[in-house]
Design a protein around this ligand. Sequence first.
Ligand code: PAF
Length: 279
Amino acid sequence: MKVCHTVAECRETLGQYRRASESIGLVPTMGFLHAGHMALVKEAKRHSDRVVATIFVNPTQFGETADLDAYPRNEARDLVMLKEAGVDVVLIPEVADVYPEGDETIVETTRMANMLHGKVRPGHFRGVTTVVARLFNFTQPDVACFGEKDYQQLQVIKRMTRDLGFPIEIIGVPIVREADGLAMSSRNVRLTPQDRQAALVLSRALDAAEVSDAPTVDALRDVIATAISTEPRATLRGLDIVQAETLNTIEDRLSGAVAIMLSVEFGGVLLLDQRVITL
Ligand code: PAF
């Protein structure tokens, strides 16, 4: 596995693969990898001859410097995991390589970035699309894999890719869960043992939603909010029930593919989970 610390070095290596007519799959990450990231690598390997992963804690998608500083990092362990998973190239660029001095270009999906989670995290999705567009240019992959757990992020990236005409297939990879149902996330390590147990209410609430015959948005919202309220350690922070592809609001009756996006806080740690149900 080749580890590149500059974009130029990475371009050079990937250029060799391309000249040999090998296809390239990209797995962008912010490091501190877990089994969810490994599922992205596995999917990228299924779709391409070579896999490049990036590790870059992107400053433009964090609202507060404190969050950026607190973001967990473990590069040595990440590299071991990526190597074991069969990744060919890892790009770990410096901030100045991604955002050169005097940089003034942003990429934004103007509607999708500013709704739902984007309302509570202003600028977050603009930061994501700006960095992902750059990573696409640096690596020029044939496919790129993103987790379905960050459902809005996946839809935003799909829309940006389509709008800008990047010839890249975006692959959404299903959530990887712990044996007890908790969606894997770098944030899980910050939960106390009691909150870790309490957090199972997320998948329970989504299960309840899936088996309910709730005909309307309000009825489905009630099913989920009631399930969350059974857990005293949980504070419901966000519950969005939207059309799965456009993220548009559903006025009343549920039909077609519907995405449920849930965010719940446990002792200061915000956890996300989501499910798409088809009615
Ligand atoms: O999902 C993430 O880890 C990040 O948002 C991404 C896509 C790597 C962009 O920084």
